[in-house]
Design a protein around this ligand. Structure first.
Ligand code: PMT
Length: 409
C-alpha cells in the first residue's frame, strides 16, 4: 500500500486568518505530490490571500460561492465532499470553529463540511487568548466529539506580537495526521517502538565516537507506522531528521541512555524495531577537559555497551511482541543476517547491504533483505520511506502481527 498523497483528492478550506498565506505552500506541496486539490475559501479568507494564488498553485478553480454550480452542473458543496478523500480546514479561525461546532450551513465551506462523510481535519490558528478562551475550548471539544480530527497549534510569537499557542503548524507535521486519516489503518491497535539514529559516546566535553547513521530509516518506519494507524514511540539518538508528527518522541545520546529508554518503553509494545546504529563500545574514561595534543599518540580504552537488541530477544514475550532487528552488512549478507536472527532471538531481521551504491547509511534509499525463520525476501532498492512501507507490508502479508493487547505485560 502507498502512504502518499498521489491520486488523493483533498478539499482545503481556507478561512480568514493571516496564516492563510502559509496554506498556499501546503496546496503547492500537495499538488506537487500529485494530489487533486480543491480550495474552498470563506469571504474573509479572500481578504488575506487572493483566490488567484490558490488557483495558480492547485491548477484548479477556487470555490468561494455557495450559489454557483460546478462546471459539470453539480452542486458544489455536495460534489466536493462526495468526491474527496478528506477535508483540511486551515487556518481554522475561532469563528469557523464555532460555526462548525454548531452545525451552521451558511456558506460553501460550512455546507461542504456538513454534507461530508469523509475525514475532516481542523487546524486552528488564532491569537492565544482566543484559542484559550473557554468558548473555543468547548467548541473544539464539540468538533472532536463529532469525529473531526483537531491538530494542536504550535506555540511561539504570533503575528499580533503576543506569544503562546495558536500558530499554524508546519505542513510536514500536519501531513502525517492527514495521511493517517486517509490511509488504510492496517497497523491500527498496534503499539510500535522504533529506535533510530546513531549513538554518541563522548570522551571529552567536545568529542565523541559515533557513526554515520542519519536516522532516515528508523524515522521512515516510525512515520509510516503512524500513518498506518499505530501508536508510535520513537527513541532516537542525535539524528539529522525532523521529529515526525504524531509520534511520541524520546531523545537520547549514548547507547546506555538508549538502553534505559528502551527498557522503560518496550513492555507494553506489540512491535519493536531496532533500526538504530548503536555504538558497540564506549570510552572507559571520560576526560573532564578537552584533551590536549601533548603527545603524538593517544591510547583510549573502550568498554562494551549493552547489546540492547540481544537483551530484548531474551526479555520479549514472543507470543505477544514482534521483535525486528536491523543489520548493516557489507559481505555474506544473508549468512550474517541469519546469524543475528538466531543469536539475538529475533522474529525478523532487515539486513542492509551497505556495499550496494546508494543504500545504507545517510542516503535517502535503501536495499534490504528480510530474513525470518520461514525464508528470505529481497526488497527493491528504493526510498527509505517506501522500504519502511514494504517492511510493514511484509509483516502484514506474512501474518506476523501478534494479537494486539491480547495479554497485558
Ligand atoms: O540511519 P540511516 O542513515 O537511515 O541508516 C540506516 C541504518 C543503516 C543505520 C539502519 O538501517 C541499520 O542498518 N541499522 C542497524 C545498524 C547496526 O548497528 O547494525 P549492527 O549489525 O551493528 O547491529 C545489529 C542490530 O543490533 C541492530 O538492530 C542494532 O540496533 C542492534 N544493536 C547493536 C549494538 C548494540 N550495542 N545494541 C543493539 O541493540
Amino acid at each position: 500500500m502507498s502512504t502518499s498523497f498521489a491520486g488523493k483528492r483533498v478539499v482545503v478550506g481556507v478561512t480568514g486568518s493571516i496564516a492563510a498565506f502559509k496554506v498556499a505552500g501546503w496546496v503547492s506541496t500537495l499538488t506537487k505530490e500529485e494530489a487533486l486539490v480543491d480550495v474552498v475559501m470563506t469571504e474573509a479568507a479572500t481578504k488575506f490571500v487572493a483566490p488567484m494564488t490558490f488557483a495558480a498553485l492547485s491548477g484548479r478553480p477556487v470555490f468561494e460561492d455557495m450559489f454557483t454550480t460546478e462546471q459539470q452542473g453539480g452542486i458544489s458543496h455536495i460534489g466536493l465532499s462526495r468526491e474527496a478523500d478528506c477535508i483540511i480546514i486551515a487556518p481554522a479561525t475561532a469563528q469557523t470553529i464555532a460555526r462548525l461546532a454548531y452545525g451552521m450551513a451558511d456558506d460553501l465551506l460550512s455546507t461542504t463540511v456538513l454534507a461530508a462523510r469523509i475525514p475532516v481535519i481542523i487546524c486552528p490558528a488564532m491569537n492565544v487568548q482566543m484559542y484559550e478562551h473557554p468558548a473555543t475550548t468547548r467548541n473544539l471539544k464539540t468538533l472532536l466529539s463529532l469525529g473531526y480530527q483537531v491538530i494542536e497549534p504550535d506555540s511561539g510569537v504570533m503575528a499580533c506580537g503576543e506569544e503562546g499557542s495558536g500558530r499554524l503548524p508546519e505542513w510536514e507535521q500536519v501531513a502525517e495526521f492527514v495521511l493517517r486519516e486517509i490511509c488504510t489503518k492496517d497497523l491500527g491497535g498496534q503499539k510500535v517502538l522504533v529506535t533510530a539514529g546513531p549513538t554518541r559516546e563522548p570522551y571529552d566535553p567536545v568529542r565523541f565516537i559515533s557513526n554515520r547513521s542519519s536516522g532516515k530509516m528508523g524515522y521512515a518506519l516510525a512515520r509510516t507506522a503512524f500513518r498506518r494507524g499505530a501508536e508510535v514511540t520513537l527513541i532516537s539518538g542525535p539524528a539529522t531528521q525532523p521529529v515526525p508528527g504524531g509520534v511520541h518522541f524520546v531523545s537520547v545520546t549514548t547507547a546506555v541512555e538508549m538502553y534505559k529508554a528502551v527498557m522503560d518503553h518496550f513492555q507494553d509494545k506489540s512491535i519493536i524495531v531496532k533500526a538504530a546504529a548503536v555504538s558497540d563500545f564506549r570510552c572507559a574514561k571520560q576526560f573532564d577537559q578537552k584533551i590536549k595534543k601533548d603527545s603524538s599518540s593517544l591510547i583510549m580504552e573502550l568498554e562494551q555497551n549493552p547489546d540492547i537488541l540481544k537483551e530484548l530477544g531474551e526479555l520479549c514475550d514472543h507470543d505477544r511482541q514482534l521483535l525486528i532487528g536491523f543489520a548493516a552488512e557489507s559481505s555474506n549478507i544473508k549468512e550474517e543476517g541469519r546469524k543475528k536472527l538466531i543469536g539475538k532471538k529475533l522474529d525478523l531481521i532487515a539486513v542492509n547491504d551497505i556495499s550496494s551504491a546508494g543504500a545504507g547509511f545517510e542516503v535517502d534509499n535503501n536495499q534490504v533483505t528480510l530474513i525470518d525463520s520461514a525464508g528470505e525476501a529481497q526488497l527493491l532498492h528504493t526510498s527509505k520511506l517506501k522500504t519502511a512501507d514494504l517492511i510493514w507490508d511484509h509483516v502484514i502479508a506474512n501474518k506476523m502481527l501478534k494479537p494486539a493487547g491480547s495479554k497485558s505485560p
